[in-house]
Design a protein around this ligand. Structure first.
Ligand SMILES: Nc1ncnc2c1ncn2[C@@H]1O[C@H](COP(=O)(O)OP(=O)(O)OP(=O)(O)O)[C@@H](O)[C@H]1O
Length: 210
């Protein structure tokens, strides 16, 4: 069984069609790059795959379960346990420390794990900054907080919207290696939206959204 299987996805906003008849499959252990011009619908597709947005047609199977048939409560639980999402705008919570932001997915599952949080902070090069508040971080550091948070609970599926967009080459490489390690070692799958050829070169495959 594929880890993620999307079939015949279509989405419009009013009269404007964003995409129609999109199908894609991600196998466990795979990192796939999603490419496409600005406005081609990459973020919209990610939101549909995450169950954050409902497609107008088609279905999304995560480990065999159809997200498009689920109610909000069921979707929230599924996202909490099996999904890691790196948003373009980070969505780091301003009133929580860096470490508490990273640990949030574990806390929501009632399995807090300070050692795992520290391991993720170290992995993204923020090992000494756990006690800081988000406003005391740079944009690139915030992006790495978002990445650590998306991976801390070892999700089956990682959806990452331009996760290296604000990073210098060294930190971009660090983040890509982290995503690859997650995917390879834990048998998860990652769909990575990127404009960077460098990032796409790390992927097993590329999908182009026309
Ligand atoms: N809530 C919305 N209401 C109306 N139109 C929307 C909405 N969200 C997105 N769109 C439109 O859908 C299209 C696809 O947007 P989307 O954000 O998915 O593109 P993208 O490929 O991720 O772009 P970028 O690379 O710039 O982030 C755009 O034309 C956008 O204006």
């Amino acid at each position: 069984m594929a880890l993620l299987e999307a079939e015949g996805l279509a989405k419009s906003y009013g009269e404007t069609r964003v995409f129609a008849d999109i199908s894609l499959t991600l196998q466990a252990g795979e990192l796939v790059a999603l490419l496409g011009e600005s406005g081609s619908g990459k973020s919209t597709l990610l939101n549909c795959l995450a169950g954050l947005d409902k497609p107008d047609a088609g279905r999304v199977l995560l480990q065999g379960q159809d997200l498009t048939l689920m109610g909000e409560a069921e979707l929230a639980l599924l996202r909490r346990e099996r999904l890691g999402f790196v948003f373009q705008a980070f969505h780091v919570l301003p009133h929580l420390s860096v470490a508490d932001n990273v640990g949030l997915p574990l806390l929501l599952q009632r399995r807090p794990d300070a050692a795992r949080v520290q391991q993720m902070l170290d992995a993204v090069g923020l090992g000494d900054l756990g006690a800081r508040m988000p406003r005391q971080l740079s944009g690139g550091q915030l992006q790495r907080v978002a990445i650590a948070r998306a991976l801390v609970h070892r999700p089956a599926l990682v959806l990452a919207d331009e996760p290296t967009g604000n990073l210098d080459p060294r930190h971009a490489e660090q983040v890509l290696q982290l995503l690859l390690a997650q995917v390879r070692e834990q048998g998860s799958a990652c769909l990575l939206v990127t404009h960077s050829e460098r990032a796409a070169a790390h992927a097993d495959r590329c999908i182009q959204l026309a």
